[in-house]
Structures are given as structure tokens and as C-alpha cells.
Write a protein that binds this ligand. Sequence first.
Ligand code: ADE
Length: 419
Amino acid sequence: MVQSDIQDVGLVRQGWQRIGWADAEMPVLRLIRERFARERPLAGFRIAACLHVTTETANLMRTLQAGGASVALCASNPLSTQDDVAAALVEHAHLPVFARRGEDRDTYYRHVDQALATHPNLTMDDGADLVSVLHNAHPELLGDVIAGTEETTTGVIRLRSMARAGALRYPIVAINDANTKHLFDNRYGTGQSAIDGLIRATNLLLAGRTFTVAGYGSCGRGLALRAKGMGAKVIVTEVDALRALEAHMDGYRVMPMLEAARISDVLLTVTGDTAVIRREHLEVMKDRAILGNAGHFDVEIDLSALADLAAERRAVREHVEEFRLRDGRRIYVLAEGRLLNLAAAEGHPAAVMDMSFANQALAIEHLARHGRALAPDVYPVPAQIDQQVASLKLSAEGVAIDTLTPQQEQYLRSWQEGT
Ligand code: ADE
């Protein structure tokens, strides 16, 4: 039995079936896994991964193992672990997993320590907690580490500020910045899965509701698009003039949060920043307003301000907490203000994680080969990997495209031809 800390081994069968279901939607990752099994490009490498423990992540872990790596996995969020998947990975893939859904803060960080105790030479992170613990609490392990990858916008922002401060000690590839990641996972993945979480938690009818999306990055765009598609009247709040202008021209109402807070039925944050919904907004909200967050950390809604305004709080449904304010208004918070799409639903669908995790697998292969030559910094996914993932996904989807004729290539290379 491999070392692990999971909730319930009894869930193995269900977990393995669900991993297989997701695998059927991940043809690009499967192709990579088959090649890895033949070529073993990761033989001899130890990988510590801090990712959401989902069926899609399980298929990434299987791919790394097929490439010959020894892998340990811990959760990247206390509420996102799918316990059946954790059990199946331990039992069927003999993978050390340290993750329990609903774990407290101490357990969460103990699990990160346990993954690091495997002395990784490659790291995979989603939010940069593992990298941060490695640098702050276990600098003695840094000597073994060649390179790493980071999955998400928030993690990349943290790593860039570490690099700027001269604190980052090894090279990390920003998976998030690949086009085949953020244009799809962030937009269509978050768009669908955050709505999925909202509906599973509340069973709310969206048609006709006033729905505020805070933040118009790739995730906010997807969320606004899907909410609009379900008949909601969508408002966007932004702090960036260009993004606000895009939202305006995409047909949404754009206004400050203080105005949006007065009229919204649902407000979801996807900014990556802190205190986006705070006391001044909570004070003017409608009775029965619903608040949720699909940004990486649970800092976007100021829950301590809400607790302060509340006379009483209680759970009213799974993933829904009611705060009854002293003036009688009720405000509902979904999934403790944590990642709604992973806490109340199953995260992004496998078909979109296929591209994100194909980038992860190919970037790790690239780093196993070339990581030692890179100075500590944050790097983009090599363009040929991004292109390859796009081409493989298109062909897996059965979509054919045109190629340039020699005449067109010649035209694009020339500059003499004009009006
Ligand atoms: N992030 C968002 N959705 C995810 C999923 N299904 N698996 C792993 N990480 C995710």
C-alpha cells in the first residue's frame, strides 16, 4: 500500500469509473499518454503535484506515470477534492495522494508537506501554494528541484511577483498563459462550471435575474456569456478601462460594484483580487442576494464584514449559508466563498481540461529535457506545444481546416504588393 491520506477507500470503484468517463473526453491527453508509455521521457523523475483532485487530474497523473515519473499528489484547495478519485488513484494507480475533501487549514498544509517530502525534482502547482511552502518552509529541498509548472492565473501572478523580488529559485512554466489553456479552460470551463455550481447549490432559475460578474478576464467573459445564454440580465464590473470597454461593446451593462450591488440577484466574483465585495456593497444589497466566487482564493468576498453585519447565520442547503443581517435582509453565500465550480460542482468539464493538461504533460516533458538550462524565472509554454495541442484537439474533434496555398504563402512573405 502506498503512503497516502485520503477520506474513504470504499469509494474506489466509483472513482475509477468516473476517471474512465472523463478519460473518454480527453483524447489529446490520451495520445500523449500512449506516446509517454512507449518513450518513457520522465523515467527517473520525481514529481510533486498540488492540483485539484478531480477525475481530470487523475488522468494527468496517469499520463505522468506512463512517462515513467514517480508522482505524489496533494490538493490545491480544501474543498475541491473528489474523495472517490483520491481513493481510486491510491488503489489502482498506486499513487501517493494526500487530500481529503473539507480538510482544515492545518491538514491542507500538512498534505503539501507530505507531497514535498517525496523530494521532487519537478513540481506542478495550481495557485502556487506548493511553490510557496517549498521556498518558505523547506528551502533544503530546493537543491533537488529542476523546474515546475503553474496552472492558473492567480498562481502565475504570485510567481511573477516572487521572480520580480528575486525570491524564485527555479524556472516555472506558466501553463495558464498558453492560448490553448486560457482561451478555453478559463472561458468555456469556468463559464460552464461556475454556472453549474450555482445551479447545483441553489436550483435557481437564471432567466430574468440580474446577474453581476465581477471581473472581465477570460473567466469573467465565459461566465457572462453563459449567464446571458441562460436568460440572465448581465452586469459586468471592472477596474480595467480596456476590459470594461470590451464588456460594454459585448453588450453588457457596466457599472461600479456599488451600483450593481443594489440591483443584483446574483453576484459572482472572478477577479483574482481581494475584497471585491465588501462592507459598503453588502450594506446596500437586496434581500436574498446570492454571492459566490469562482476566483482561485476565498478572498474576493469579505466574509468577515458579512459576519459582522449578520445577527444570525445558518446552513440552508448544501453549499448555501444564509446570513440574516440586523436589518432583516438575508444574504446567501455559496461554498464558503471558495471556488464555486469545484466545491459545488465537478470543476471544468474533461473536454476542456484535456487541453490544459496536455499543456501540463508536454511542458513537464520539455522541462525534464531542458529545465536544467533555464534560469529561475517564469516562462511561457513553448509556442510549438501550444500549436500542437490546438492541432491535436481539432483533429480529435473531427474538425478539418484549410492550409495556405504556395501563392498565399508567397503573398504573406512579400511586401511589394499593395493597392
Ligand atoms: N480546475 C478547474 N476545473 C478543474 C478540473 N476539472 N480538474 C482540475 N483542475 C480544475
